[in-house]
Design a protein around this ligand. Structure first.
Ligand code: PMP
Length: 289
């Protein structure tokens, strides 16, 4: 039996109906989050839930639950669904009302759902690295909001899939912004570069975890925009994301990065990131050697 969260209570999935005039369904008028689960434990849950609330507030939706009560219910769902390795998907829409672009007045009740999904660790690509393509970033100018409107991201990812690549790296003009569902990093002369957290990118939680790891361990990072040319000539390139973790990029538009193998520093960062997961969620028994 599939169990899900609906408006912060647990129900059987089949007992819940989503209205055809839910504004999430009609307008993409809502926000979402994906939180990783390792060994049945949430990783960086508070950070994701805070971003969920921030995204909702940015589009003027008030989340009717506190971080603590959402986290408690999600943990209950993880337990109920016996999830060990996977993700929790959360979504909040402005709610149900007669179709009209403007906000309903008086406001409607937001609709909140969450469900779990099993997901294997992406060990093989994490060891061997992935190939990527570049695409023009055609998104709106509030990419810092984790909105349900993902059409440009979907089109970019499909372009990657059609060219047998893992990810589409987006750029505005010559400047690299981020992947269709990941943040992008490059390393040149032992210095890490990633796009600053502004309205052009989503400030990834994985990105933030890695930045704090770098600070603690002495890796030098510059949150500074870089060009496609800089990236293709970099010593190492990698992606970060909740499901992507720390993923080496070995090829961009059929051009090899470095010697075409995952870079040494990227490998070290993978190990450090794994240690961080293990601190919160227990032993993962995975190795990148
Ligand atoms: N950028 C975009 C556009 C994304 O969809 C994601 C994945 N949520 C990320 C970056 C990485 O963010 P996080 O590390 O929080 O998963």
């Amino acid at each position: 039996m599939d169990m899900i969260i609906y408006n912060n209570s647990i129900f059987e999935r089949d007992s819940i109906n989503i209205d055809l005039e839910d504004r999430g369904y009609q307008f993409g008028d809502g926000v979402y989050e994906v939180i990783r689960v390792y060994n049945g434990k949430l990783f960086t849950a508070e950070e994701h839930l805070k971003r969920f609330i921030k995204s909702a507030n940015e589009i003027k939706i008030n989340v009717p639950y506190q971080v603590g009560e959402m986290q408690e219910k999600i943990n209950e769902l993880i337990h109920t669904t016996s999830l060990s390795t996977g993700i929790v998907y959360l979504q909040l829409t402005r709610g149900v009302s007669k179709r009209n672009h403007a906000f309903p007045s008086p406001p409607c009740e937001p609709v909140y759902i969450a469900y779990t999904k099993e997901l294997a660790l992406p060990i093989v690509p994490m060891k061997s690295g992935v190939t990527t393509i570049t695409v023009e970033d055609i998104r709106w100018l509030r990419c810092d909001i984790k909105s349900l409107n993902l059409l440009p991201n979907i089109l970019a990812k499909q372009e990657a899939v059609d060219s047998n690549s893992f990810e589409a790296i987006q750029h505005r003009g010559t400047i690299v912004t981020e992947g269709s569902s990941s943040n992008v990093w490059m390393i040149k002369n032992q210095v890490l570069y990633t796009h600053p957290a502004n309205h052009y990118i989503l400030n990834g939680i994985t990105r933030q975890v890695l930045l704090s790891i770098c600070k603690k361990t002495g890796f030098v990072v510059e949150e500074k925009p870089f060009t496609i040319e800089d990236m293709v000539k970099a010593d190492e390139v990698f992606l970060t994301g909740t499901t992507t973790e720390v993923m080496p990029v070995i090829q961009i538009n059929k051009q090899r990065i470095g010697n075409g193998d995952p870079g040494t520093l990227t490998r070290q960062l993978q190990q450090l990131f794994t240690s961080e997961i293990e601190k919160q969620c227990g032993n993962l028994s995975k190795s990148f050697d």
